[in-house]
Design a protein around this ligand. Structure first.
Ligand code: SF4
Length: 371
């Protein structure tokens, strides 16, 4: 097992501003209500807040005393849906405005039109510090972390806007704006809330946290409970190429990243996902496929290489490879015993696809080149 590296406080650890000095009601676990001295049964209050489809109009089944206590002590506002962009493929990008006016984006992807099963791609930060060269969000720099209440509020706001009503039909992926492991405390707290049996009760098998390869974060998350599934965005097969595309690699190179994955003890039927964005002329050669298979090593057994064709956007000059190149790459990996899927990108026409999430915000942001 790799050694643990503690996080020192970083500029992006700035907490979310609390509206009127109050914590968000959506970031509370039952024990928090108890600790705050809420009147009545804490689990009951938690269920009322987290299962809104059962209580459409606020908190009607709570006693007046509890309602007044909640409103007086906590921020009850959900992120506001500021814009809604529907794609031809059935997915919808939502722009959500937070209490301090900052905006984040979430993408709602039904499996097929009118199917209640849905994948929600959620954000963990406003902007991102990681500066990946192919990613639109990376051009924003970091503005701040989301609080657990804002992350859970994002999920509830998206479900309220677009459904489905029932929680068993939701898959959550932390692949929106931000590096979730740069905001691990709040992301994990949000997962605790979303996984809670009295709340949305989303299984950890249906929650995936996707990281650019922040090794200390992987090592911390490995020991946390509940633990979501992990996806790592790899995108290159030599340290030189990966450092050029993803500055995180300058701090934690390919060998160190692989060590952290080896130390991730897998649960029953758990799989790791290695994401690989194919960029024409950068990482899509047959030699890349061979190096990728070699780097995977034992992980080739049962784990998944998820190939994604680059989603082009204005902020970068990179291009997506053509169909023939993608097919050749897939064939080479399969010949080397890798389990490969090619992700069908959703929401390309609304700039909602992977690496395209960007919302121009006012004011300065901080770009951190070396993580
Ligand atoms: S790919 Fe992910 S980690 Fe990299 S800049 Fe974009 S949002 Fe951040």
């Amino acid at each position: 097992m790799g050694h643990m590296v503690e996080f020192a406080p970083r500029p992006w650890d700035r907490p979310a501003p609390e509206r009127a000095g109050r914590l968000s009601i959506y970031g509370m676990l039952p024990e928090d209500f108890t600790a705050m001295g809420a009147p009545g049964r804490a689990e009951h209050i938690f269920a009322m807040i987290q299962r809104p489809w059962e209580y459409r109009d606020g908190f009607p089944r709570l006693s007046r005393e509890i309602r007044e206590w909640l409103v007086a002590n906590l921020d009850t506002a959900l992120p506001e849906v500021a814009e809604r962009h529907a794609s031809e493929d059935g997915s919808t990008k939502l722009m959500l405005r937070l209490g301090d006016g900052e905006c984040i984006e979430a993408v709602h992807m039904p499996r097929e039109v009118r199917n209640p099963r849905v994948t929600l791609c959620v954000s963990s930060q406003v902007g991102c510090a990681m500066g990946c060269a192919f990613c639109a969000t990376g051009t924003l720099g970091i503005r701040r972390n989301l609080s657990a209440g804002e992350i859970v509020g994002q999920v509830l706001a998206a479900l309220r806007e677009l459904g489905p009503e029932r929680p068993h039909a939701i898959t959550l992926v932390f692949m929106g704006m931000g590096e979730p492991l740069h905001n691990l405390e709040q992301v994990h707290r949000a997962i605790q809330i979303l996984n809670h049996t009295r709340g949305l009760n989303i299984s950890t098998r249906r929650i995936t946290v996707s990281t650019s390869g922040l090794v200390p974060g992987i090592e911390r998350l490995a020991h946390m409970e509940p633990r979501p599934w992990l996806a790592v965005s790899l995108n290159a097969t030599t340290d030189e190429a990966r450092s050029a595309l993803m500055p995180v690699n300058r701090a934690w190179g390919l060998a160190r990243l692989r060590e952290a994955l080896d130390a991730w003890s897998l649960g029953d039927r758990e799989r790791l996902t290695i994401e690989y964005v194919l960029v024409a002329g950068q990482n899509d050669t047959m030699e890349d496929a061979e190096r990728l298979a070699e780097w995977m090593g034992e992980l080739r057994r049962g784990h998944n290489v998820n190939l994604i064709r680059l989603n082009e956007h204005e902020a970068a000059s990179f291009r997506e490879p053509d169909e023939a190149q993608v097919n050749a790459f897939v064939a080479r990996l399969k010949a080397l015993n890798c389990f490969v899927t090619v992700r069908k990108s959703r929401g390309r026409d609304i700039q909602g696809a992977c690496g395209q999430l960007v919302k121009k915000s006012k004011g300065p942001s901080k770009r951190i080149e070396n993580c």
